[in-house]
Write a protein that binds this ligand. Sequence first.
Ligand code: ADP
Ligand code: MG
Length: 345
Amino acid sequence: MKRFLPFFLCLLLLSGCAALSGEAEPAQVQFFSMDTVMSIRVYDGGGEDAIQAARQEVERLDKLLSRTTTDSEISALNSHAGDGTLVSMEPEVIQLLAFAQSISQLLPGDFDITIAPVMDAWGFTTEEQHVPSDASLSAAMALVDSSLLTVDEEASAARLEQAGMEVDLGAVAKGFAASRAEAVLREHDVTSALVDLGGNITAIGGKLDGSPWQVAVKDPQNTSEALCVLSLSDQTASTSGGYERYFEQNGVIYHHIIDPKTGYPAQSGLLSVTVVSSNQMLADALSTALFVAGEEDALAFWRSRDDFELVLCTEDNRVIVTEGLEAGYRPAGEERGYTYEIARR
Ligand code: ADP
Ligand code: MG
């Protein structure tokens, strides 16, 4: 067991939120999919079969949704951009595209899955990341417009209206995979489990003693430490932060969450956004979108809805926790200079 410990610590460091270990030994698997480290730990019900079925489901979705795999559904959509073809796609992929479109409409200017050409201009899909020239960035920006993505739910088909456009589901695929993995685990009678899909932690049920899972939100400035600890049961906590993927050029840090209004890494005054919801897809999409939106707009959007809660970490070391999390959360970064406040409706 001891020799695996460094690997487990690695996992904790890699995910935006980390589950604090329960007392019982779970049946578990760690694997790499969707460009990130994932783990599934089952504490009650199911067992090895359940875990393997859930893992296979995530890997199946990775093949369907990746834009770097040439035979994926998304690659088929992208390859027909601008040629007028309405591309037939699996209903589940169409639903995901339609969902992403709805988030773009709710938070215009903050979220856009046609951001792919801009990700490429920055080299985020390759090993060679760099600040793009003004010319290449504006050429890429001219291709970002999700209103030019037609999604026909009835025909189960979609079309990109302009040549060169591309869809990138990086901001929502893990949330979608989490919802499917949870469904598979529940079909296998799993009643207590933690699914960690690279910073999207889904708590199925509670701990064996019935109490909620304790899930740590990482300190974005000190990723081996916790910012706070959340109590979760039958909920997902999804975290987006600039610290998750970035490069440095001439002493400046550039991260992978892009402001579709500028084409540059979002500078909204936030270091990380954690969204807690029973809807995994919503949690994943909103953690990205509200990171771009910034504190004021994120809280205004939270006040307009009742299906998620937030933990915002600001550049000036404030941690804003929305009131729905108040009873179950514990601050953990006071000695590192953080102050904690509750946002009310
Ligand atoms: P992570 O993938 O690190 O967990 P997110 O869920 O926040 O983080 O998703 C970031 C990914 O989403 C990027 O790698 C990119 O593929 C895509 N993306 C970046 N900016 C946006 C945006 N404004 N709207 C939609 N997708 C985005
Ligand atoms: Mg996301």
